[in-house]
Design a binder for this molecule. Structure first.
Ligand code: T1G
Length: 650
């Protein structure tokens, strides 16, 4: 039974059991509707507790049902029955009460939560707004500005904060269901609290607070419709009668649900959860994963070490000598300090994580490592030396990984005594923040080694995407291709700031030339020089980036690249770069033509899609959806466009 009822001393315990997250699919909606009828009609029942089995309270409507006709009873109608019950309903919340889950809790008369619970309305992350009363009822329980912030940001609040806001009535001190049953006994004979629909919206918490929240979310919307719809819905909640506000919310919700942005965001939501699934690994257990070795204490090595420490693993970092080991240790300590300051680590956790970390200058310290990741200089000889040294000191069942961003992982594996235990784990900088992890699988990779790499990704809270071996795997190979297209357009007639503006207007977090200036032009310059000997002479080659680097303009870090950087670090158009571009066009005899914004994006998207199709055909990526997950998470492709392949209709 998806919804079970048992009565204990006059209190009905209604339990939803709909794995994996108790989403309000049809069986749940029907079960809840029946539970209202049964408890209202049972004279032995004085109050009701609504709880969920499994790991969380209701985490929302069943997103998989969207896009198909929804069977009655619909959630708003079920919630109206709960809110209209004559006997008090107490929501017992654990895990995450999200979306329709929080709306169900709002329909209840009281809410009690476990200390570690979180409550939120994340619909905007799916291109939606709450569609079952959330935009009308939340601002009747907490202040209207805080309600708008929760809805327009989609960010859940922890139970303690929820109680401060007035969103919940109590936090369980012991067993949640027992405490909720006791709470229900206490309120059973009291007059019911006024239904939220009968209460006025709560005024803003401070003069001008609502206006400020609305302005902030309008600025951050960047072409997304849902946050603006949230602002409209909250305005309706304040100005319209409840019934009209609820109808207006439903209409806004349905329009968004059937719109392109929500379909794209639901695509990415499921694509990220499907990424990293490898059918042949069913039944293959990962190897142990408690102690991680990291070779190299530079930016990437320190970021990887910190990511592992924050996830609760123990880490031994190896550097070439004591000074370098100390410098690496300091970088890791700095990252953990930052995590503590941002509240990502409690002071106690911070101390425990730091105690689980050692920085050494001898490989023998890796004797007990379960998995070792090298993040040393991107040179094949250096990598070969590292893997040869690892062979001599690591356990035979330890998995060995390279963080290389473009070198041939199969070639690296061949340097190891057991190539089958070597894979690529390509992290993206900063490694302790970026969620994407490309797992590069050379031919002959042992299945349990791959399962171990995937288990590490899950443990670190990363999004793993399986990539075959090629130059640049999926992310950098596709980025190199659309970067080349952007450079062609510089020669043809566009300027860096025009191309970046087109990308940012499309929804990218940052244009490609601004991004290259930020990461440093010298990195791709070194790669172009490495490839010069093998480059196809027939392939069009743009020298502008080389000209900039030859003049020492490596981007933001040198004060000039495609842009000029003032004292404040802000990117400004560069007349020198413009002159250099025009001179290059003239040198090649190209009559420059302006490139309209629509053509800029059309050419960039076509480049991504064409290269994506090759990556698929060659078996480097397992699916078009995986390519979308990579480009959205690695390069800030707008999530609400679903990724290059989805945007192209793949
Ligand atoms: N519907 C259907 N399936 C869902 C789901 C949902 N709402 N949420 C999760 N799943 C599946 C997910 O696809 C995966 O499946 C499994 O559950 C575990 O998820 C009416 C209209 C709850 C914080 O936006 O944020 O309510 O891959 O891997 O990391 O106004 O899932 O195992 O087959 O993410 O522990 C609003 C979305 C919906 C919450 C758990 N709710 N979910 O995270 O596990 S719209 C949301 C999450 C709505 C109302 C509106 C997370 C999680 P599989 P997971 P997790």
């Amino acid at each position: 039974m998806t919804v079970q009822i048992e009565t204990r001393d006059g209190i009905a315990l209604v339990t939803i059991d709909n794995p994996p997250v108790n989403a309000t699919g049809h069986a749940v909606r029907q079960g809840l509707s029946d539970a209202v009828a049964r408890t209202e009609g049972d004279s032995a029942v004085r109050a009701v507790v609504l709880a969920c089995a499994g790991r969380t309270f209701i985490a929302g409507a069943d997103i998989r049902e969207f896009g198909q006709p929804l069977a009655a009873p619909h959630l708003p109608d079920v919630l109206a029955r709960i809110a209209g019950a004559r006997k008090p309903w107490v929501a017992a919340i654990h895990g995450t009460a999200l979306g329709g889950g929080l709306e169900t809790a709002l329909a209840c008369h009281y809410r009690i939560a476990a200390p570690g619970a979180a409550l939120g309305l994340p619909e905007v992350t799916l291109g939606l707004i709450p569609g079952a009363g959330g935009t009308v009822r939340l601002p009747r329980l907490i202040t209207v500005d805080r309600a708008l912030d929760m809805i327009a940001s989609g960010t859940p609040v922890p139970a303690l904060r929820a109680r401060e806001l007035g969103l919940i009535d109590a936090i369980a001190g012991g067993d949640l269901v027992s405490d909720a049953l006791a709470f229900a006994r206490e309120v059973a004979d009291r007059p019911l609290p006024a239904p939220l629909d009968d209460r006025p919206p709560r005024p803003e918490s401070a003069e001008g607070a609502l206006k400020a929240v609305a302005a902030r979310h309008t600025d951050r919307a960047r072409g997304q419709r849902a946050p603006l719809a949230a602002i409209e819905a909250l305005r309706n909640a304040q100005t319209l009668p409840v019934a009209e506000a609820l109808n207006a919310e439903r209409a806004l919700f349905q329009a968004l649900r059937d719109g392109a942005q929500s379909k794209a965001l639901r695509h990415i939501f499921f694509a990220e959860r499907a990424a990293g699934r490898v059918d042949r690994l069913k039944g293959i257990a990962p190897r142990p994963l408690d102690h991680i070795g990291v070779i190299g204490g530079g930016t990437m090595g320190a970021g990887i070490a910190a990511a592992c420490l924050i996830a609760g693993l123990s880490v031994t970092m190896i550097e070439r000598d004591a000074d370098a080991a100390e410098a690496g240790r300091a970088r890791v300590a700095g990252i953990l300090d930052g995590a503590r300051k941002r509240g990502k680590l409690t002071p106690e956790d911070h101390a425990v994580r730091l105690a689980a970390f050692a920085a050494r200058d001898n490989y023998e310290a890796l004797a007990e490592a379960d998995l070792v990741i090298e993040a040393v200089f991107e040179d094949m000889d250096v990598k070969h030396a590292v893997f040869a040294a690892l062979d001599g000191v690591t356990r035979p069942d330890a998995v060995l990984a390279s963080n290389t961003s473009y070198l041939d992982v199969a070639e690296i594996a061949r340097a190891a005594d057991t190539p089958a235990r070597v894979l690529g784990l390509h992290f993206f900088a900063p490694a302790h923040i970026m969620k994407l992890l490309e797992i590069v699988t050379p031919e002959g990779l042992d299945d349990s080694a791959l399962a171990t790499g995937l288990a590490l990704a899950k443990r670190l809270g990363k999004i793993p995407v399986i990539a075959g071996v090629c130059d640049g795997f999926i992310a950098n190979r596709i980025m190199s291709r659309y970067r080349r297209e952007a450079e062609y357009m510089l020669e043809d007639g566009a300027l860096p700031w025009e191309i970046d503006a087109a990308m940012e207007n499309y929804g990218f977090a940052m244009g490609i030339f601004r991004m290259q200036d930020l990461s440093g032009l010298d990195i791709s310059w070194a790669m172009r020089k490495r490839r010069a000997a093998t480059r196809d002479p027939a392939e069009r080659y743009v020298d502008i980036g080389d000209r900039l680097c030859e003049a020492g303009h490596f981007g933001q870090k040198t004060g000039r690249g495609y842009y000029r950087y003032g004292e404040d670090g802000r990117a400004q158009r560069s007349a020198e770069t413009e002159a250099l571009i025009l001179a290059e066009s003239a040198r090649k005899g190209i009559a420059r033509q302006p490139v309209p914004e629509t053509e800029i994006m059309a050419r960039l998207l076509a480049a991504m899609q064409d290269e994506g199709a090759c990556v698929l055909d060659e078996g480097i990526a397992q699916s078009a959806a995986d390519i979308d997950v990579v480009i959205v998470n690695a390069f800030g492709f707008p999530r609400w466009k679903g990724g290059p392949m989805f945007a192209g209709g793949a």
